[in-house]
Design a protein around this ligand. Structure first.
Ligand SMILES: [Mn+2]
Length: 231
C-alpha cells in the first residue's frame, strides 16, 4: 500500500521533490520550533530513510530552530534524536532543505535564515493555514499528520520502511489524531497505522512516553488551579 492517494499535491510536485532530493549531495532537514511528535518524528523518519539509501546516501543534516537547542524530554525516546545538529552548526545556505510540519517560515525559528537562502525548499505540511513558503509545496490539509506526507515521500524515494522509521511516523500519527479519536482519523489513517505496526514497532512505547491529550489537560488544569490558589 502507498499513501499517495491521501495527498492533494500534484504528482508533478512530488516528482520534482524526488528529483531534487535524488540529485542533491546534501539534504538539510528542519521542523518547527518546540517540536511535537509529528514534526520531530516525521523528520527523524526521513533522516533515517535518507541515511539508509542504497547506493550511497547524501550528507544529511537535521535540526529545529530552538535556541538554546534542547530536544523536549518526552520526545527523547524517538530513534535518531542523537543524530540531530544544533542550529548553530546548520548550513547557512542549504543546497536542498526540507521543512516538516511548519505552516509558515517563521515557525522554523533560528533556521528561518537557512530556509530563505536554500537553493530548493521543500515544504511538507498538513496545516490548512500553510503559507506554502517552499519552492516545492507538498501540502495537504486533508492529511491527518505530516507523518502521512513523510511516509509518502519515503515511498516515492523507493526506500524500504524500517521499524526505526515507523516508530517516529507512528508517534506523529498518534499525536495528531488524538490517539485516533479526531475527525481526521480516516480509514486510510488506520491502514497507515497497520502498515507502521507491521514493521514490528511496539505501540506501547508511544503511549507510555507521550502524555495523552486528556492527561495534558489535567496537568494544565492543575497548573491553573495552583496559580489561582497563589493569589
Ligand atoms: Mn502535525
Amino acid at each position: 500500500m502507498t499513501t499517495s492517494s491521501m495527498t492533494t499535491s500534484s504528482d508533478a510536485d512530488w516528482a520534482r521533490a524526488v528529483k531534487v532530493i535524488d540529485g542533491a549531495s546534501q539534504v538539510c532537514l528542519a521542523c518547527h520550533v518546540r517540536p511535537d511528535a509529528d514534526a520531530l518524528g516525521s523528520m527523524l523518519a526521513v533522516l533515517d530513510a535518507l541515511c539508509s539509501r542504497p547506493g550511497g546516501p547524501p550528507s544529511v543534516v537535521a535540526s529545529f530552530g530552538d535556541e538554546p537547542f534542547e530536544v523536549p524530554a518526552i520526545l527523547r525516546f524517538l530513534p535518531g534524536v542523537e543524530q540531530l545538529t544544533a542550529p548553530a552548526d546548520y548550513p547557512a545556505q542549504p543546497e536542498v532543505m526540507l521543512s516538516f510540519d511548519a505552516a509558515s517560515i517563521d515557525r522554523l525559528g533560528a533556521l528561518t535564515g537557512p530556509a530563505t537562502a536554500a537553493g530548493e525548499l521543500i515544504v511538507l505540511d498538513h496545516h490548512a493555514s500553510s503559507t506554502r513558503f517552499g519552492t516545492i509545496n507538498l501540502v495537504d490539509p486533508a492529511a491527518a499528520a505530516t507523518a502521512v506526507l513523510a511516509t509518502d515521500l519515503i515511498d516515492r524515494l523507493a526506500i524500504p520502511l524500517t521499524e526505526q522509521m515507523a516508530l517516529g511516523l507512528y508517534a506523529g500519527l498518534v499525536t495528531d489524531t488524538g490517539s485516533f479519536k479526531f475527525s481526521a482519523t480516516t480509514p486510510q489513517v488506520h491502514e497507515l497505522a497497520a502498515r507502521l505496526l507491521s514493521t514490528g514497532i511496539d505501540p506501547g512505547i508511544v503511549s507510555r512516553e507521550l502524555p495523552s491529550t486528556a492527561l495534558s489537560w489535567t496537568r494544565m488544569l492543575r497548573a491553573g488551579l495552583a496559580l489561582c490558589g497563589r493569589r
